[in-house]
Design a protein around this ligand. Structure first.
Ligand SMILES: NC(=O)c1ccc[n+]([C@@H]2O[C@H](COP(=O)([O-])OP(=O)(O)OC[C@H]3O[C@@H](n4cnc5c(N)ncnc54)[C@H](OP(=O)(O)O)[C@@H]3O)[C@@H](O)[C@H]2O)c1
Length: 267
């Protein structure tokens, strides 16, 4: 039960990461924020920065592991207790493990599926129940979800599932004042290991990579217009139509050769 009078907010998951932070700054111009990530310290630091830049914006925070159902329930309770209703949801939280599937532990498989897929669905369900006005739901998938990616297999499958799910949801909520957009960026300059990987891909990496600010701005414009999918940048649009031109066997072999040389982990 809420102890506060109703307040409206943009709810952002993964707010403490590179892309989530860009969403937070972009959304702070248009109303109050409710931010979540796992780290209380990172959330507090982000809130302090936002307060300095946007003194008129109220920023609420709650640290939560979105792969844990009990923790998610605590987040939802905190949103309700604060009297918050949601007019925009930015599903940004995610984690990218890149390695041969045989090198995964059982825990890592579950973690990847939960954070990259289950978490977005559960938070979306909550936002639909606690919305106000026209609800904008913008979910950060990945261009990796457009086709199967060996050595990035779990991540690309989960991101592909996001596009499939949110495309179905759009149809279910048609006419109910809910805008639903999946964003599919290529490389985005966020963590140092991601930046190194983009640089390591040479010209192709540099052509397709974008800044988090660019991705957030394009995403917010797309969800305002209720676009089904947003692929920020010209090269990502090209990459997305390749499946129509190149045979699958050729594509997956090419990707396997490139990705088998790289490895990154997430926790
Ligand atoms: N960077 C890229 O090149 C790129 C490209 C395409 C798509 N994406 C997608 O964009 C999104 C953000 O990426 P990013 O580069 O900004 O990543 P990042 O800097 O690593 O940030 C990830 C965010 O997700 C949160 N998170 C991770 N595991 C979580 C968990 N179990 N529970 C709750 N929150 C959790 C992190 O919170 P804490 O830090 O507090 O733990 C952090 O806020 C992801 O979905 C990613 O797949 C990224």
């Amino acid at each position: 039960m809420s102890t506060q009078s109703p307040r409206n907010c943009t709810l952002i998951t993964g707010a403490t990461g590179g892309i989530g932070r860009a969403f937070a700054f972009a959304c702070a111009r248009g109303g109050d924020l409710f931010l979540t990530g796992r780290s209380e310290q990172k959330l507090a630091a982000l809130r302090a920065e936002l307060a300095e830049r946007f003194p008129g914006c109220t920023v609420a925070c709650f640290a939560c592991d979105l792969t844990d159902a009990a923790d998610r329930a605590r987040l939802f309770a905190a949103v309700k207790a604060g009297g918050w209703r949601i007019f925009r949801l930015c599903n940004v939280a995610g984690a990218d493990i890149q390695k041969a599937f045989c090198r995964y532990t059982q825990e890592k498989i579950a973690f990847q599926c939960r954070i990259n897929f289950e978490a977005a669905l559960c938070v979306t369900r909550f936002a639909l129940e606690n919305r106000v006005g026209t609800l904008e739901i913008v979910t950060v998938g990945s261009i990796s979800g457009v086709y199967p990616m060996p050595y990035f297999a779990v991540y690309s499958a989960a991101k592909g599932a996001l596009e499939s799910f949110f495309t179905s949801l759009r149809e279910e909520v048609r006419g109910q004042r809910v805008n639903v957009t999946t964003v599919e960026p290529g490389g985005v300059y966020t963590r140092p290991d991601v930046c190194r990987m983009i640089e390591g891909q040479g010209l192709w990496g540099k052509l397709s990579a974008k800044t988090p600010e660019y991705v957030a701005a394009k995403s917010l414009r797309a969800v305002r217009k209720n676009k089904r999918v947003c692929r920020p940048g010209f090269w990502n649009k090209v990459v997305a139509v390749l499946p129509r031109i190149l045979p699958r066997a050729l594509r997956t072999r090419f990707i396997a050769r490139r990705w088998s040389k790289l490895e990154k982990d997430a926790f």
